[in-house]
Design a protein around this ligand. Sequence first.
Ligand code: MCF
Ligand code: FE
Length: 404
Amino acid sequence: MTILVPNYILTPDILLADKAIAFDKTIRDIGSLEELEQKFPEAKTIQLQKNSLLMPGLINAHVHVEFSANKNQLSYGDFLNWLYSVIENREDLIAGCDLACMTKAIDAMLASGITTFGAISSHAMDLEACINAKQNVVFFNELIGSQAGMADALFNDFLARLDASKAVKREGFYPAVAIHSPYSVHPILIQKALEIVKNENLKLTAHFMESEAERNWLDSSSGDFKEFFKTLLKQDRSISDAKEFLNYFDGFEALLTHAVKTNEEELEKIAKQNHTVIHCPISNRLLGNPTLNIKKLNEKKIRWIVATDGLSSNYQLDLFEEMKISLFMHSNAPLLELAKQLIQGVTLHAAQALGLNTGEIKEGKNADMIVLDLDTEPNEELAVHLILHRYNISKIFINGKFVK
Ligand code: MCF
Ligand code: FE
Protein backbone atom coordinates (compact mmCIF):
# COMPACT_ATOMS: atom_id res chain seq x y z
CA MET A 1 0.00 0.00 0.00
CA THR A 2 1.20 3.47 -0.86
CA ILE A 3 0.00 6.87 0.28
CA LEU A 4 0.66 9.62 -2.22
CA VAL A 5 0.46 13.26 -1.17
CA PRO A 6 -0.07 15.61 -4.12
CA ASN A 7 -1.15 19.24 -3.66
CA TYR A 8 -4.10 18.76 -5.96
CA ILE A 9 -6.19 15.90 -7.32
CA LEU A 10 -8.24 16.23 -10.50
CA THR A 11 -10.82 13.46 -10.38
CA PRO A 12 -11.45 14.62 -13.38
CA ASP A 13 -14.82 16.18 -12.55
CA ILE A 14 -13.61 18.10 -9.55
CA LEU A 15 -10.38 19.55 -8.23
CA LEU A 16 -9.48 18.55 -4.68
CA ALA A 17 -6.81 20.36 -2.66
CA ASP A 18 -4.69 19.02 0.19
CA LYS A 19 -5.89 15.44 0.01
CA ALA A 20 -3.82 12.29 0.07
CA ILE A 21 -4.61 9.04 -1.68
CA ALA A 22 -4.04 5.45 -0.51
CA PHE A 23 -3.76 2.74 -3.15
CA ASP A 24 -2.45 -0.67 -4.03
CA LYS A 25 -3.77 -2.13 -7.31
CA THR A 26 -6.85 -0.02 -6.80
CA ILE A 27 -7.53 3.28 -5.12
CA ARG A 28 -8.43 2.44 -1.53
CA ASP A 29 -9.19 5.81 -0.03
CA ILE A 30 -8.89 9.56 -0.49
CA GLY A 31 -8.65 11.76 2.60
CA SER A 32 -6.35 13.80 4.77
CA LEU A 33 -2.83 12.43 5.24
CA GLU A 34 -3.43 11.93 8.98
CA GLU A 35 -6.59 9.93 8.34
CA LEU A 36 -4.96 7.72 5.77
CA GLU A 37 -1.80 7.09 7.83
CA GLN A 38 -3.99 6.06 10.74
CA LYS A 39 -6.09 3.78 8.58
CA PHE A 40 -3.13 2.21 6.74
CA PRO A 41 -0.24 2.28 9.24
CA GLU A 42 1.87 -0.09 7.13
CA ALA A 43 1.67 2.11 4.00
CA LYS A 44 4.64 3.93 2.53
CA THR A 45 4.05 7.68 2.19
CA ILE A 46 5.34 9.63 -0.82
CA GLN A 47 5.24 13.41 -0.53
CA LEU A 48 5.08 15.08 -3.93
CA GLN A 49 6.58 18.43 -4.83
CA LYS A 50 4.87 21.82 -4.72
CA ASN A 51 2.03 22.37 -7.22
CA SER A 52 1.86 18.69 -8.08
CA LEU A 53 -1.40 17.52 -9.62
CA LEU A 54 -2.56 13.91 -9.58
CA MET A 55 -5.01 12.97 -12.32
CA PRO A 56 -6.19 9.80 -14.07
CA GLY A 57 -3.81 8.31 -16.63
CA LEU A 58 -4.90 9.11 -20.17
CA ILE A 59 -6.78 6.64 -22.36
CA ASN A 60 -6.18 6.48 -26.12
CA ALA A 61 -9.01 4.28 -27.34
CA HIS A 62 -7.96 4.10 -31.01
CA VAL A 63 -4.43 3.63 -32.35
CA HIS A 64 -2.98 1.54 -35.19
CA VAL A 65 0.32 0.45 -33.63
CA GLU A 66 1.27 -1.64 -36.69
CA PHE A 67 1.39 1.50 -38.84
CA SER A 68 3.97 3.22 -36.64
CA ALA A 69 6.71 3.22 -39.32
CA ASN A 70 4.96 5.87 -41.39
CA LYS A 71 6.63 9.27 -41.60
CA ASN A 72 6.10 10.54 -45.14
CA GLN A 73 5.16 7.43 -47.12
CA LEU A 74 1.42 8.02 -46.93
CA SER A 75 -0.25 10.79 -48.90
CA TYR A 76 -2.17 13.38 -46.90
CA GLY A 77 -4.91 15.84 -47.86
CA ASP A 78 -7.45 13.58 -49.57
CA PHE A 79 -8.99 10.39 -48.17
CA LEU A 80 -8.93 8.31 -51.34
CA ASN A 81 -5.38 9.33 -52.19
CA TRP A 82 -4.40 8.36 -48.67
CA LEU A 83 -6.12 4.99 -49.10
CA TYR A 84 -4.36 4.34 -52.43
CA SER A 85 -1.07 5.20 -50.74
CA VAL A 86 -1.88 2.75 -47.91
CA ILE A 87 -2.50 -0.01 -50.42
CA GLU A 88 0.68 0.80 -52.29
CA ASN A 89 2.88 1.01 -49.18
CA ARG A 90 1.07 -1.32 -46.82
CA GLU A 91 3.49 -4.24 -46.99
CA ASP A 92 6.57 -2.07 -46.68
CA LEU A 93 5.09 -0.12 -43.81
CA ILE A 94 4.03 -3.20 -41.88
CA ALA A 95 7.28 -5.05 -42.58
CA GLY A 96 9.19 -1.86 -41.78
CA CYS A 97 7.70 -1.69 -38.32
CA ASP A 98 9.39 -4.36 -36.24
CA LEU A 99 9.05 -4.95 -32.51
CA ALA A 100 11.45 -2.08 -31.74
CA CYS A 101 9.46 0.34 -33.91
CA MET A 102 6.16 -0.58 -32.25
CA THR A 103 7.69 -0.55 -28.78
CA LYS A 104 9.00 2.94 -29.44
CA ALA A 105 5.49 4.14 -30.33
CA ILE A 106 4.02 2.46 -27.24
CA ASP A 107 6.72 3.96 -25.00
CA ALA A 108 6.12 7.41 -26.50
CA MET A 109 2.45 7.04 -25.58
CA LEU A 110 3.47 6.15 -22.02
CA ALA A 111 5.81 9.13 -21.79
CA SER A 112 2.94 11.43 -22.76
CA GLY A 113 0.75 10.03 -19.97
CA ILE A 114 -1.22 7.33 -21.79
CA THR A 115 -1.81 4.45 -19.38
CA THR A 116 -4.43 2.61 -21.45
CA PHE A 117 -4.76 2.24 -25.21
CA GLY A 118 -7.04 0.51 -27.69
CA ALA A 119 -4.91 -1.10 -30.40
CA ILE A 120 -6.62 -1.64 -33.75
CA SER A 121 -4.71 -4.69 -34.88
CA SER A 122 -4.96 -5.49 -38.60
CA HIS A 123 -2.51 -8.40 -38.69
CA ALA A 124 -1.57 -9.25 -35.08
CA MET A 125 1.96 -8.12 -35.86
CA ASP A 126 1.57 -5.85 -32.82
CA LEU A 127 0.47 -8.59 -30.42
CA GLU A 128 3.88 -9.11 -28.84
CA ALA A 129 4.54 -5.38 -28.43
CA CYS A 130 1.10 -4.96 -26.86
CA ILE A 131 1.63 -7.88 -24.49
CA ASN A 132 4.95 -6.36 -23.42
CA ALA A 133 3.48 -2.87 -22.99
CA LYS A 134 3.30 -1.45 -19.49
CA GLN A 135 -0.14 -0.01 -20.29
CA ASN A 136 -3.56 -1.58 -20.16
CA VAL A 137 -4.41 -2.69 -23.68
CA VAL A 138 -7.74 -3.33 -25.33
CA PHE A 139 -6.60 -5.40 -28.29
CA PHE A 140 -9.11 -4.89 -31.12
CA ASN A 141 -8.64 -7.65 -33.71
CA GLU A 142 -9.67 -6.13 -37.02
CA LEU A 143 -12.02 -7.86 -39.42
CA ILE A 144 -11.91 -6.56 -43.00
CA GLY A 145 -12.97 -7.80 -46.44
CA SER A 146 -15.84 -6.90 -48.74
CA GLN A 147 -15.77 -9.86 -51.13
CA ALA A 148 -18.17 -12.68 -50.23
CA GLY A 149 -15.95 -15.21 -51.97
CA MET A 150 -13.13 -14.50 -49.55
CA ALA A 151 -15.32 -14.53 -46.45
CA ASP A 152 -14.32 -17.94 -45.09
CA ALA A 153 -10.58 -17.40 -45.42
CA LEU A 154 -10.77 -13.91 -43.93
CA PHE A 155 -12.95 -15.05 -41.07
CA ASN A 156 -10.63 -17.93 -40.22
CA ASP A 157 -7.66 -15.61 -40.18
CA PHE A 158 -9.59 -13.21 -37.92
CA LEU A 159 -10.57 -16.08 -35.59
CA ALA A 160 -6.98 -17.27 -35.30
CA ARG A 161 -5.86 -13.76 -34.32
CA LEU A 162 -8.73 -13.37 -31.88
CA ASP A 163 -7.86 -16.73 -30.30
CA ALA A 164 -4.21 -15.75 -29.96
CA SER A 165 -5.21 -12.57 -28.14
CA LYS A 166 -7.64 -14.49 -25.93
CA ALA A 167 -4.81 -16.78 -24.87
CA VAL A 168 -2.94 -13.81 -23.39
CA LYS A 169 -3.27 -13.86 -19.64
CA ARG A 170 -1.84 -10.71 -18.25
CA GLU A 171 -3.37 -8.07 -16.03
CA GLY A 172 -4.88 -5.23 -18.05
CA PHE A 173 -4.99 -6.98 -21.42
CA TYR A 174 -8.42 -7.32 -23.04
CA PRO A 175 -9.11 -9.10 -26.36
CA ALA A 176 -11.71 -7.27 -28.45
CA VAL A 177 -13.11 -6.90 -31.99
CA ALA A 178 -12.86 -4.17 -34.64
CA ILE A 179 -15.12 -4.28 -37.69
CA HIS A 180 -13.09 -2.11 -40.06
CA SER A 181 -15.97 -0.12 -41.60
CA PRO A 182 -19.37 -0.42 -43.31
CA TYR A 183 -17.83 -0.18 -46.78
CA SER A 184 -15.04 -2.69 -46.27
CA VAL A 185 -16.60 -5.59 -44.34
CA HIS A 186 -19.16 -7.90 -45.90
CA PRO A 187 -22.42 -8.27 -43.91
CA ILE A 188 -21.83 -12.03 -43.70
CA LEU A 189 -18.58 -11.37 -41.87
CA ILE A 190 -20.10 -8.66 -39.69
CA GLN A 191 -22.87 -10.94 -38.48
CA LYS A 192 -20.51 -13.82 -37.76
CA ALA A 193 -18.18 -11.59 -35.77
CA LEU A 194 -21.00 -9.96 -33.82
CA GLU A 195 -22.23 -13.38 -32.75
CA ILE A 196 -18.86 -13.92 -31.06
CA VAL A 197 -18.81 -10.41 -29.60
CA LYS A 198 -22.22 -11.09 -28.04
CA ASN A 199 -21.44 -14.57 -26.74
CA GLU A 200 -18.10 -13.60 -25.27
CA ASN A 201 -19.10 -10.11 -24.19
CA LEU A 202 -16.18 -8.48 -26.00
CA LYS A 203 -15.65 -4.79 -26.65
CA LEU A 204 -16.52 -3.67 -30.16
CA THR A 205 -15.34 -0.83 -32.38
CA ALA A 206 -15.61 0.30 -36.02
CA HIS A 207 -14.56 3.16 -38.28
CA PHE A 208 -17.81 4.85 -39.28
CA MET A 209 -18.65 7.70 -41.67
CA GLU A 210 -15.14 9.02 -41.97
CA SER A 211 -15.24 10.63 -45.42
CA GLU A 212 -17.41 12.13 -48.12
CA ALA A 213 -16.34 9.18 -50.27
CA GLU A 214 -17.75 6.73 -47.72
CA ARG A 215 -21.01 8.70 -47.52
CA ASN A 216 -21.51 8.65 -51.31
CA TRP A 217 -20.53 5.03 -51.72
CA LEU A 218 -22.83 3.78 -48.97
CA ASP A 219 -25.73 6.03 -50.02
CA SER A 220 -25.64 5.54 -53.77
CA SER A 221 -22.60 3.46 -54.85
CA SER A 222 -21.14 6.65 -56.29
CA GLY A 223 -18.34 9.12 -55.67
CA ASP A 224 -14.58 8.64 -55.19
CA PHE A 225 -14.95 5.02 -54.10
CA LYS A 226 -16.55 3.99 -57.40
CA GLU A 227 -13.30 3.77 -59.30
CA PHE A 228 -11.51 2.27 -56.28
CA PHE A 229 -13.95 -0.61 -55.88
CA LYS A 230 -14.25 -1.17 -59.59
CA THR A 231 -10.56 -1.48 -60.35
CA LEU A 232 -9.24 -3.01 -57.16
CA LEU A 233 -12.13 -5.20 -56.03
CA LYS A 234 -14.25 -5.65 -59.18
CA GLN A 235 -17.26 -4.34 -57.28
CA ASP A 236 -19.92 -2.11 -58.88
CA ARG A 237 -22.08 -1.57 -55.88
CA SER A 238 -21.73 -1.08 -52.16
CA ILE A 239 -22.24 -4.28 -50.17
CA SER A 240 -24.21 -2.51 -47.48
CA ASP A 241 -25.43 0.89 -46.34
CA ALA A 242 -25.09 2.89 -43.15
CA LYS A 243 -28.58 2.03 -41.94
CA GLU A 244 -28.06 -1.70 -42.35
CA PHE A 245 -24.66 -1.41 -40.68
CA LEU A 246 -26.05 0.38 -37.63
CA ASN A 247 -28.91 -2.12 -37.41
CA TYR A 248 -26.37 -4.90 -36.93
CA PHE A 249 -25.05 -2.95 -33.95
CA ASP A 250 -28.34 -3.13 -32.06
CA GLY A 251 -27.75 -4.43 -28.55
CA PHE A 252 -24.04 -3.60 -28.60
CA GLU A 253 -22.44 -0.53 -27.09
CA ALA A 254 -19.72 0.13 -29.61
CA LEU A 255 -17.05 2.77 -30.18
CA LEU A 256 -17.52 4.40 -33.58
CA THR A 257 -14.44 6.19 -34.86
CA HIS A 258 -14.69 9.49 -36.80
CA ALA A 259 -18.47 9.76 -37.50
CA VAL A 260 -17.80 13.10 -39.20
CA LYS A 261 -20.25 12.44 -42.06
CA THR A 262 -23.14 10.98 -40.06
CA ASN A 263 -26.61 12.33 -40.82
CA GLU A 264 -29.39 13.22 -38.41
CA GLU A 265 -31.05 9.82 -38.57
CA GLU A 266 -27.78 8.00 -37.89
CA LEU A 267 -27.01 10.23 -34.93
CA GLU A 268 -30.45 9.48 -33.48
CA LYS A 269 -29.74 5.80 -33.88
CA ILE A 270 -26.26 6.10 -32.36
CA ALA A 271 -27.77 7.92 -29.37
CA LYS A 272 -30.43 5.26 -28.96
CA GLN A 273 -27.95 2.41 -29.24
CA ASN A 274 -25.71 4.13 -26.69
CA HIS A 275 -22.55 4.02 -28.81
CA THR A 276 -19.58 6.30 -28.20
CA VAL A 277 -18.04 8.43 -30.95
CA ILE A 278 -14.25 8.61 -31.11
CA HIS A 279 -12.99 12.03 -32.16
CA CYS A 280 -9.61 11.97 -33.98
CA PRO A 281 -9.15 15.60 -35.04
CA ILE A 282 -5.61 15.36 -36.40
CA SER A 283 -6.36 12.28 -38.47
CA ASN A 284 -9.49 13.91 -39.91
CA ARG A 285 -7.56 17.04 -40.87
CA LEU A 286 -4.67 15.16 -42.45
CA LEU A 287 -6.86 12.82 -44.49
CA GLY A 288 -8.93 15.71 -45.87
CA ASN A 289 -12.05 14.77 -43.91
CA PRO A 290 -14.54 17.08 -42.17
CA THR A 291 -14.40 18.13 -38.52
CA LEU A 292 -16.64 16.29 -36.06
CA ASN A 293 -19.77 18.20 -35.08
CA ILE A 294 -19.39 17.95 -31.32
CA LYS A 295 -22.16 20.48 -30.71
CA LYS A 296 -24.62 18.08 -32.35
CA LEU A 297 -23.28 15.17 -30.34
CA ASN A 298 -23.69 17.16 -27.13
CA GLU A 299 -27.25 18.09 -28.07
CA LYS A 300 -28.07 14.45 -28.70
CA LYS A 301 -26.24 13.39 -25.55
CA ILE A 302 -23.93 11.08 -27.47
CA ARG A 303 -20.77 10.33 -25.54
CA TRP A 304 -17.65 11.35 -27.46
CA ILE A 305 -14.04 10.71 -26.56
CA VAL A 306 -10.68 11.66 -28.02
CA ALA A 307 -8.04 9.44 -29.63
CA THR A 308 -4.98 9.81 -31.83
CA ASP A 309 -5.65 7.20 -34.55
CA GLY A 310 -2.36 5.72 -35.81
CA LEU A 311 0.86 7.21 -37.11
CA SER A 312 -0.71 6.33 -40.47
CA SER A 313 -2.69 9.55 -40.06
CA ASN A 314 -0.88 11.45 -37.32
CA TYR A 315 2.61 12.76 -36.50
CA GLN A 316 2.42 11.91 -32.78
CA LEU A 317 0.55 9.59 -30.46
CA ASP A 318 -0.01 12.25 -27.84
CA LEU A 319 -3.40 13.03 -26.35
CA PHE A 320 -2.28 16.43 -25.02
CA GLU A 321 -1.43 17.40 -28.62
CA GLU A 322 -4.71 15.91 -29.82
CA MET A 323 -6.73 17.89 -27.27
CA LYS A 324 -4.88 21.07 -28.16
CA ILE A 325 -5.61 20.70 -31.86
CA SER A 326 -9.25 19.95 -31.06
CA LEU A 327 -9.48 23.02 -28.85
CA PHE A 328 -8.34 25.19 -31.76
CA MET A 329 -10.32 23.38 -34.46
CA HIS A 330 -13.66 23.87 -32.71
CA SER A 331 -13.27 27.62 -32.66
CA ASN A 332 -16.95 28.31 -32.01
CA ALA A 333 -17.20 26.11 -28.93
CA PRO A 334 -17.04 27.76 -25.48
CA LEU A 335 -13.38 27.39 -24.54
CA LEU A 336 -13.44 26.23 -20.93
CA GLU A 337 -16.42 23.94 -21.42
CA LEU A 338 -14.75 22.30 -24.42
CA ALA A 339 -11.47 21.90 -22.54
CA LYS A 340 -13.28 20.12 -19.71
CA GLN A 341 -15.02 17.81 -22.16
CA LEU A 342 -11.73 17.02 -23.85
CA ILE A 343 -10.14 16.10 -20.52
CA GLN A 344 -13.10 13.83 -19.76
CA GLY A 345 -12.80 12.42 -23.27
CA VAL A 346 -9.32 11.09 -22.53
CA THR A 347 -10.11 9.90 -18.99
CA LEU A 348 -13.50 9.11 -17.47
CA HIS A 349 -15.58 8.99 -20.63
CA ALA A 350 -13.00 6.90 -22.47
CA ALA A 351 -12.94 4.41 -19.58
CA GLN A 352 -16.73 4.22 -19.59
CA ALA A 353 -16.77 3.63 -23.35
CA LEU A 354 -14.22 0.83 -23.06
CA GLY A 355 -15.98 -0.60 -20.00
CA LEU A 356 -12.83 -0.37 -17.88
CA ASN A 357 -12.60 0.31 -14.16
CA THR A 358 -10.29 3.27 -14.60
CA GLY A 359 -10.20 6.87 -15.85
CA GLU A 360 -11.12 8.39 -12.51
CA ILE A 361 -9.51 9.13 -9.17
CA LYS A 362 -12.10 7.50 -6.98
CA GLU A 363 -12.19 4.76 -4.35
CA GLY A 364 -12.38 1.33 -6.00
CA LYS A 365 -11.00 2.41 -9.38
CA ASN A 366 -7.78 0.92 -10.70
CA ALA A 367 -4.80 3.05 -9.72
CA ASP A 368 -3.93 4.31 -13.22
CA MET A 369 -2.64 7.76 -12.43
CA ILE A 370 -0.21 10.43 -13.56
CA VAL A 371 1.40 13.28 -11.66
CA LEU A 372 1.87 16.60 -13.45
CA ASP A 373 4.14 19.35 -12.16
CA LEU A 374 2.07 22.51 -12.55
CA ASP A 375 4.32 25.55 -12.40
CA THR A 376 1.75 27.58 -10.51
CA GLU A 377 -1.33 27.12 -8.38
CA PRO A 378 -4.27 25.91 -10.50
CA ASN A 379 -7.36 28.09 -10.96
CA GLU A 380 -10.86 27.68 -12.41
CA GLU A 381 -9.40 27.50 -15.91
CA LEU A 382 -7.20 24.51 -15.12
CA ALA A 383 -8.66 22.39 -17.95
CA VAL A 384 -7.55 24.97 -20.53
CA HIS A 385 -4.08 25.24 -19.04
CA LEU A 386 -3.60 21.49 -18.84
CA ILE A 387 -4.15 21.40 -22.59
CA LEU A 388 -2.02 24.43 -23.43
CA HIS A 389 1.09 23.97 -21.31
CA ARG A 390 2.29 20.41 -21.66
CA TYR A 391 3.27 20.18 -18.00
CA ASN A 392 6.00 17.77 -17.06
CA ILE A 393 4.75 14.29 -16.15
CA SER A 394 6.86 13.30 -13.17
CA LYS A 395 5.21 10.04 -12.12
CA ILE A 396 3.08 7.35 -13.72
CA PHE A 397 1.27 4.48 -11.99
CA ILE A 398 -0.56 1.68 -13.78
CA ASN A 399 -2.67 -0.74 -11.76
CA GLY A 400 -0.91 0.68 -8.73
CA LYS A 401 2.54 -0.16 -10.07
CA PHE A 402 5.09 2.60 -10.30
CA VAL A 403 6.23 2.77 -13.93
CA LYS A 404 7.86 6.19 -13.98
O1 MCF B 1 -8.26 5.49 -39.13
C1 MCF B 1 -7.37 5.65 -40.19
C2 MCF B 1 -8.17 6.06 -41.39
N1 MCF B 1 -9.29 5.19 -41.68
C3 MCF B 1 -9.21 3.85 -41.87
N2 MCF B 1 -8.26 3.01 -41.59
C4 MCF B 1 -7.06 3.20 -41.03
C5 MCF B 1 -6.59 4.38 -40.42
N3 MCF B 1 -5.32 4.20 -40.10
C6 MCF B 1 -4.99 2.96 -40.45
N4 MCF B 1 -6.04 2.33 -41.00
C7 MCF B 1 -5.95 0.94 -41.49
C8 MCF B 1 -7.19 0.13 -41.27
O2 MCF B 1 -7.20 -0.46 -40.02
O3 MCF B 1 -5.73 0.98 -42.85
C9 MCF B 1 -6.39 -0.06 -43.49
C10 MCF B 1 -7.14 -0.84 -42.41
O4 MCF B 1 -6.47 -2.00 -42.07
C11 MCF B 1 -7.27 0.58 -44.48
S1 MCF B 1 -7.93 -0.51 -45.62
C12 MCF B 1 -9.42 0.10 -46.24
FE1 FE C 1 -8.24 4.38 -37.47
